[in-house]
Design a protein around this ligand. Structure first.
Ligand code: SF4
Ligand code: SF4
Length: 405
């Protein structure tokens, strides 16, 4: 049955219009590959090995053409590690040449001086370097040995090349909340901007969420820090659940999944959100008839998600207008109902709901896991990866079998 979407209101607050969805996403994430040369313990897409069904260069160009027709002005490119795709630099130029600006996330391994100079000379390209500790000790426990030094080298290369407004992207964890000021100092040193995001229990993040998600006391600390510094820090929709402490924070105070946010994964599957890679949130595939536009505008799932929430425990909460019940993906992957409280609800209802879960029921997991099964350079030290013998060539090298010319 086709879901009926109520009409979007004309005028009024932007957030109320966003709730009903837009003709084109304003925050489209496109993960170009599941291949990655690191193995971060909290990777939201469980990346590591390339998926052989990955979109070809011609298919990726066709997606860009479609985004241009839909007037999607920017796309957030990620992975995996997007720069390990041999055609990454071509696709970047192709997108920019077709009026689709690119913001891409990278671990920085491939950001040489030459590439940094190329980026600095290209308009409509933004880059963010991932770093999850302001010191090597904290960062490398999550992202792998040597990854801090690699990221800092990339920051140096970008700064030397004269790149402006590049970002440092940090997933806030129990281990790095106390380093927020240090992150600011580090980004200031390179003329970069700090972007902080929330740890979600998605992908391998589910395995470490209990260990790494901020405590209630740390959430309060983070909220105070954001009130004092939020105007100079990017957060997207990461921390709107903290608004239930009182004052609304800058950023999108709404779960935008399927409304203004979505993901195209490396094989062309379209999900409601980058943190919701699970068949329940799969709306279609860009290879299907009508391409991405049809999925975005007509899929039953997205039409359903565009209805304002009218029921559930959260709508009876005095803080609902501020916090909107929090993050759909965080609830789903911790086994909580989607119309109930966020697992990190600042009023404590999430903890109560987590404790009341039926222990006999397994929490949902994505059926997709591209994690390396063999040793990887920069292997994380927080969680040991099992040292199994590689079953396929691409277990050892994400680019095995990919023609490099
Ligand atoms: S599910 Fe969570 S991460 Fe995804 S759009 Fe909603 S609030 Fe953001
Ligand atoms: S109960 Fe729901 S609406 Fe209320 S503060 Fe918690 S997550 Fe937000």
């Amino acid at each position: 049955m086709t879901a009926v979407v109520p009409d979007r209101p004309v005028g009024g607050r932007l957030v109320d219009q966003f709730e009903y969805g837009l003709d084109a996403p304003i925050c489209l994430t496109w993960e170009l590959t599941y291949a990655c040369n690191l193995a971060c313990v909290h990777c939201l897409s469980s990346s590591g090995r390339r998926d052989p069904r990955e979109l070809s260069t011609a298919e990726a160009e066709a997606v860009v053409d479609e985004l241009q027709r839909m007037q999607v002005f920017y796309v957030n490119v990620g992975g995996g590690e997007p720069t390990v795709r041999p055609d990454f630099w071509h696709l970047l130029d192709y997108a920019v040449g077709h009026d689709v600006g690119v913001k891409f996330s990278t671990n920085g391994v491939k950001l040489t001086r030459e590439r940094a100079a190329q980026l600095a000379a290209t308009d409509y390209v933004d880059v963010q370097i991932s770093l999850d500790g302001a010191t090597a000790e904290v960062n490398d426990r999550v992202r792998g040995t040597g990854s801090f030094a690699t990221a800092v080298r990339a920051l140096e290369n970008l700064a030397e090349a004269g790149m402006e407004d590049f970002k440092v992207s940090v997933v806030v964890t129990r281990e790095n909340v106390s380093q927020l000021d240090a992150f600011r100092a580090l980004t200031d040193r390179y003329g970069a901007q700090l972007r902080i995001t929330r740890l979600r229990p998605s992908g391998r993040g589910a395995d470490v969420w209990d260990q790494l998600h901020p405590t209630q006391a740390q959430q309060r600390e983070l909220y105070s820090w954001l009130l004092a510094n939020g105007d100079r820090v990017l957060t997207g929709d990461s921390f709107f659940h903290l608004s239930a402490y009182g004052e609304a924070l800058p950023g999108l105070n709404l779960c935008g999944a399927g409304r203004v946010v979505c993901l195209i994964d490396p094989v062309g599957d379209v999900y409601a959100c980058p943190f919701a890679i699970h068949e329940q949130f799969l709306a279609g595939n860009v290879r299907g008839e009508g391409g991405f536009q049809r999925v975005w505008q007509q899929s039953d799932l997205f039409r359903e998600l565009r209805s304002p929430q009218t029921g559930g425990a959260c709508t009876r909460c005095a803080h609902f207008d501020a916090c909107r019940g929090g993050c759909m993906a965080a609830k789903f992957f911790t086994g909580l109902p989607l119309d109930g409280p966020d697992p990190e609800c600042v009023q404590g209802y999430g903890e109560t709901a987590l404790a009341a879960r039926d222990a006999a029921l397994a929490t949902p997991r994505s059926s997709l896991d591209h994690s390396h099964t063999g040793p990887v350079r920069g292997q994380p030290t927080l969680l040991g990866m099992p040292a199994l013998p590689p079953a396929r060539a691409c277990d050892e090298s994400p680019l095995a079998g990919v023609p490099l010319t």
